[in-house]
Design a protein around this ligand. Structure first.
Ligand code: HMH
Length: 210
């Protein structure tokens, strides 16, 4: 069945798609230092835009989530707020444009998040977890041996505190799946695979924006 019964079952049923979402030549190039400044910056500008839109996805999740999870999600909002400021100072430091057009891939991901925000809670919770998990896993897996300046960035997204948060989001999504209808579980599985695809495409922007 395509149904999602838990987050770990989704990972197990989609190993190849998940692998491709979390391993990419871009990440390897950051790790081995061969990434070009313009390539990294092209990606960074788009990720800054993504993070801003991701805040809306979090806001919409907060409107549906059980009150016991509000503390956790507001913690995520604080971290995201911090990240937006970090993106702004990093962009200024690197002399990056603040008004760059969103890349079609970034636009697609933004639209996907907007659509997902209209989904029932369980579906939304799974997608939200998957987006954070993909990012945390991608960077933490590629941090070993990574040289500066990329090491600092990788550590920001790969650090243990973020992994803990991702684990808490997984527990929340799993809890929601238990109470979900089979149609919602199907939908969660389908959107999970779309997250995998969008994450893979997002890394590739470093090259297509050249
Ligand atoms: C593409 N996925 C992408 N960017 C991010 N910043 C995250 C996930 C996590 O916030």
């Amino acid at each position: 069945s395509l149904m999602a019964t838990s987050c770990s079952a989704l990972l197990a049923a989609n190993t190849e798609a998940w692998h491709d979402a979390t391993h990419h030549p871009f990440l390897e190039a950051c790790q081995n230092g061969s990434i070009q400044t313009a390539q990294f910056d092209a990606w960074l500008v788009q990720d800054g835009k993504f993070a801003r839109e991701f805040a809306r996805c979090l806001g919409a999740l907060l409107t549906k989530a059980p009150s016991s999870s509000i503390d956790l999600l507001l913690g995520g909002a604080c971290a995201l707020h911090d990240e937006l400021h970090w993106f702004a100072s990093l962009s200024a430091e690197r002399g990056l444009p603040t008004d760059a057009a969103p890349h079609p891939t970034c636009q697609r991901y933004t639209q996907f998040m907007e659509d997902c925000s209209k989904q029932p809670y369980a579906v939304h919770a799974v997608v939200f977890w998957a987006i954070e998990r993909a990012y945390n896993e991608s960077w933490s897996k590629h941090t070993p041996g990574m040289a500066e300046p990329y090491r600092t960035y990788a550590q920001r997204w790969g650090f243990e505190g973020f992994s803990t948060y991702v684990g808490q989001l997984e527990a929340l999504a799993d809890e929601a799946l238990v109470a979900a209808s089979s149609a919602e579980r199907d939908q969660a599985a389908s959107l999970f695979r779309q997250v995998c695809e969008l994450e893979r495409e997002f890394w590739a922007m470093a090259y297509s924006a050249q």
